[in-house]
Design a binder for this molecule. Sequence first.
Ligand code: HEM
Length: 275
Amino acid sequence: MLNQPEMLEKATKEIDRVVGNNTTLLQESHIPKLHYLIACVREALRLHPVAPFNVPHVSTSDCTVAGYFIPKGSNVLLSRLGLGRNPTVWDQPLRFNPDRHLHEKRCDLSETDLRFISFTTGRRGCIGGELGTNMTVMLLGRLLQGFKWTIPEGMESIDLSTEESSMFKAKPLYAHAGPRLNPSLYFCIGEKQDLFVAAINNPYNAVEWALSEMLKQPEMLEKATKEIDRVVGNKTTLLQESHMHPSTSLPNRIPKRSSPPSPGDALQCPTSLYC
Ligand code: HEM
């Protein structure tokens, strides 16, 4: 959408129209009326699936799908790319074009006809469709409502290439965000500590308190700053992640599970490693 700013504008205008003014934050109850925003997320799911294939399944009985006979016991792998970018189903399949979903006036992200894969369908389909819709649409919606997004100065467009061995973006997204709401709303976001801001608010809170306490005891500030100067080495390099723990960078620190989580496992913040 950053590469096609008229889409950003259209989605933001829709949010402003539905939410009403710039003194209220987008709520779950607004989602069913945000058809264009939903169409944008559907288009992202179609064109950029999280993985090239769906999780494998085994057919439990003989069946025929689209004229193909699939015997009982077959391993079935649905290609997310093959479906979402199928030129016999989608006009100009490689073009990001939310308008193609608009006539459906959807208020969720499900796609039971499997023209692309969102939550799939049937007994092994995703159980979190409603929550997944709310989380994704709310997150994108609040990002658009809260900020005016532009491509950073000096960059022509956002690089949309993917990693060689995955569907993830090859380069992280850098974009410029300017506030566009009543300033009081940004504080209200922090106070509520809701699902979407907790991950931002916790680190912010810890840093604010640490700095405030250290300012009262400047010898601590000095000690910490000297440590940074010693570890980073000179004044021409900024502190990097690798300086926190010299021998390991972040991906190496993600603990590997030997078995799937069980119901008794303690709940842990999914972003704790990034703090
Ligand atoms: C946008 C967000 C989400 C997307 C796109 C998504 C998509 C999917 C897909 C494609 C599957 C595989 C279905 C199949 O094999 O046919 C799946 C399975 C599953 N999802 Fe989600 N999901 C999302 C969010 C969630 C959430 C929020 C939850 C939990 C609250 C959840 C729980 C599950 C579970 C438990 C399964 C396994 C179901 C089974 O094998 O019986 N998902 N999801």
